[in-house]
Design a protein around this ligand. Structure first.
Ligand code: HEC
Length: 97
């Protein structure tokens, strides 16, 4: 056992805190390429939008990703959730990296 294990544990704790860990730049690319087939960005700003927390946002991204059969990695879902959060939902007011 070396110091690496602790670093991994630290990362897991950050992920568990619910703060978006994704890369929003990469998320935008994926989103613009694959997510405009059924709805456009008006979906994320509609008055009756259904997503109320970051966890729900990530869940919804995953559901749409599965529905669209995009076969993304977990990291891709994180990235798109981070992009949508930063651009539209703003659940976490994390300063831009
Ligand atoms: C197969 C069609 C389809 C595709 C492709 C699709 N979506 Fe959706 N999405 C929907 C539908 C239908 C709804 C609305 C459900 C409702 O009215 O509650 C929705 C709703 C959403 C919402 C919730 C908006 C809100 O706050 O109410 C988000 C976020 C979202 N989509 C993200 C995505 C992302 C990210 C992608 C790309 C992976 C994507 N969608 C691709 C069909 C799709």
């Amino acid at each position: 056992m070396n110091g690496g294990g602790l670093a991994v544990l630290g990362l897991a704790l950050v992920a568990a805190s619910g703060a978006p860990a994704g890369d929003a730049e990469h998320g935008k690319l994926l989103h613009d390429q694959d997510c405009s087939r059924c709805h456009d960005a008006a979906m994320y700003t509609r008055p009756q939008r259904t997503v109320k927390t970051f966890a729900e946002l990530r869940e919804r991204v995953q559901q749409c990703e599965l529905a669209a059969e995009l076969l993304w990695f977990e990291e891709d879902v994180d990235d798109v959730a981070a992009y949508l959060d930063r651009t539209f939902y703003r659940f976490s007011e994390e300063p831009a990296k």
